[in-house]
Design a protein around this ligand. Sequence first.
Ligand code: SAM
Ligand code: SF4
Length: 353
Amino acid sequence: MNHINPLQQAELVPVFQDQFGRNKRKLRISVTDRCNFKCVYCMPEHPEWMKKHDFLSFEQLYHFCEFMVRRGIEQIRITGGEPLMRQGIVHFIAALQQLKKIGLKRISMTTNGHYLKQYAAELKQAGLDDLNISLDSLDTEQFEQLTAKKLQPVLEGIQAAQKAGFPIKINTVLIKGMNDDQILPLVHWAQREKVELRFIEFMPLDGDQNWARSRIVSEQEILDQLATEFDVQIGQSQAANPARTYQIDGMSIGIISTITHSFCGNCDRLRLNAQGEFFNCLFAAQGLKLKDSIQQLQQGTPFAEPILQQQLHAYIWNKAAGFDAIQAQQKQLKPSHKIHSNFRKISMHMIGG
Ligand code: SAM
Ligand code: SF4
């Protein structure tokens, strides 16, 4: 019998590509919309939670991931809500390791860090490759105003992740008048802790739709603040990385400036939320409901694969050029046809950042 090596088999299936020639290599999976934090830039005051029985099971998620890795996905990021609030997450990460035999290169997680003291060692053992941890302030009061939770467990979580040996990136969302005084303190802290730091511009994906352009701390404003203390040099080119990097005192700082300097031109990302809705862009006006197709894939129903392939191919192909194009399109629509004043009524906790 002629055996085909799984890697060769994977190459027989074309990589998902959009109309602008961007190959899709990264998949973000939001495993829950639940979160123990209430970050002002993300969670609504009164969240309407997804029903837990609507969540895709880990088995279904695994089958979907396998399907996607066979079609060129090389990196999977687990996010939420807070991914460490979903029971069974460590086993899921351990199971995903199997996909490294067919082309998956990295499994990452984005977390608020609160539960890392408890989970860091287990996650490392399960084969998680790296962590992005959110940290918006080093000031205890300000941190509580921003997240409605205590700072200390997060700092302890970061220490536990370092001890477990994870490469770590710290994500800081900046909001004008709230935590823009934290830019320099966080840089000094990151230098001491030897962790990579990335500042993120506030995006119009907050649950209560309080976003306004005037509340963004722009890339230029961040650079201006850095320049008051450091000699700031432009770092390596961006490729598909959303963060533009800068070098200060031999340390690398990232800035994700989706609003003022969008990085959509090279976007290689796709997203799936906890109840099986698939998004070709964080700002997509509409998702693609895949729960039934994924269920059929898991059950091995005849033609489940080609049907899913067809659905995804068409939807991914039609991915918009990027944030600026989607915004321009929204401006042309009559108010009654707009998904909502700030794009669509979906907040970051439902889709996963
Ligand atoms: N709970 C985890 C956490 O906070 O890291 C993972 C989910 S959270 C939605 C993922 C990332 O999205 C975080 O780094 C968070 O700071 C970022 N985020 C949430 N809302 C945002 C917004 N409106 N603008 C920019 N980034 C946002
Ligand atoms: Fe929770 Fe993360 Fe959203 Fe904060 S940013 S509310 S930690 S999901």
